[in-house]
Design a protein. Structure first.
Length: 317
């Protein structure tokens, strides 16, 4: 009798814990999954001996802060879009060194802090996984048209959530000659679950309810409106640089995109050990968007070959 009572008590306790977790996942967790805090930009391209111009980009009612980094003899113009919770000097991406590499490849760069990030205005302090951020990319392209018009090829580069953002911009009519994706956010549900595990140590499957609740409550892109689904329909040269061990924007989705869209060139980042100094400070985020900090020569060669092919295919080449 005592053992039966103990089993019943244990089952009721487990049921209560499961119910409590589900209720927390539905009503408490979703806003925390999409919340972001802006980190100020406190360095400039001058730290990499680059000439640059501080710029302000009108995006609707917002004034985005950014930089124009011109090459001396440019062969292409590139719009550089950072990821979630980051800014235009992301240490994870190694943005400042990346700008230097692009400059050495004779590529002019315009970059900005998207809304709710860096020195740009805070609207609601949330991440919409590209759904609300894409107008900032369009606005940056319009700034480029107005201030530095040219017939050079225009390339979009999006890292992590920046990848989803540029995909959304393309599907909403932005014209470009090529696209570079660095460990892009392609499946919002999966990345939110994995991100929950990275931040808390709780296994990713336990965030399934919370992630689905956030997608439903905030209308985040998913299913037929997911970045992956939209990217499958893009018809332009796409370089997808993917780390196979990325813990948050995982490689199976990159493989699916490359297998579905013949315009995609999938470039596998050479293996990176979690013990390498280039990952210091990243903790559980590991090799996410670490191609340039950890494999700079490979990144340079891969980008250079892709850009050369884009320039050679341009009508005015």
């Amino acid at each position: 009798m005592a053992s039966t009572r103990a089993i019943r008590t244990t089952l009721w306790t487990l049921l209560g814990l499961i119910l409590a977790w589900v209720l927390l996942s539905i009503f408490w967790a979703p806003p925390h999954l999409i919340a972001t805090t802006p980190y100020p930009v406190d360095k400039t391209p001058a730290t990499r001996n680059l000439n640059y111009q501080d710029i302000t980009i009108p995006s609707g009612d917002l004034q985005l802060e950014g930089w124009w980094i011109p090459a001396s003899q440019p062969v292409a113009d590139l719009i550089f879009v950072h990821g979630a919770g980051s800014n235009r000097i992301s240490q994870y991406i190694g943005s400042l060194d990346f700008y230097r590499t692009l400059h050495e490849l004779n590529i002019s760069v315009v970059t900005m802090d998207i809304r709710n990030h860096g020195n740009s205005p805070v609207t609601d302090g949330t991440l919409r996984m590209g759904l609300a951020e894409w107008p900032d990319v369009v606005a940056t392209a319009q700034w480029l048209d107005q201030h530095h018009p040219s017939d050079r090829p225009r390339i979009l580069l999006g890292a992590s959530m920046g990848g989803s953002t540029v995909i959304h911009a393309m599907k909403n009519g932005l014209q470009a000659d090529a696209l570079i994706l660095l460990d892009p956010l392609l499946d919002v549900l999966d990345s939110m679950m994995e991100g929950g595990q990275i931040e808390t140590g709780i296994p990713a499957p336990l965030f399934a309810v919370a992630a689905r609740a956030a997608i439903h409550q905030y209308g985040l892109p998913h299913g037929k409106t997911s970045p992956l689904a939209m990217a499958k329909t893009l018809d332009l040269p796409i370089l997808l640089m993917q780390d196979w061990d990325d813990p948050v924007t995982r490689s199976p989705f990159a493989v699916e995109l490359a297998n579905t869209n013949p315009s995609v060139t999938l470039a596998r980042v050479p293996a990176i050990s979690v013990e390498e100094p280039c990952l210091d400070g990243k903790e559980e985020w590991g090799t996410h968007v670490a191609a340039h900090p950890c494999r700079p020569d490979w990144t340079r060669e891969t980008v250079a070959a892709f850009v050369e092919s884009v320039v050679n295919q341009a009508p005015n080449s």
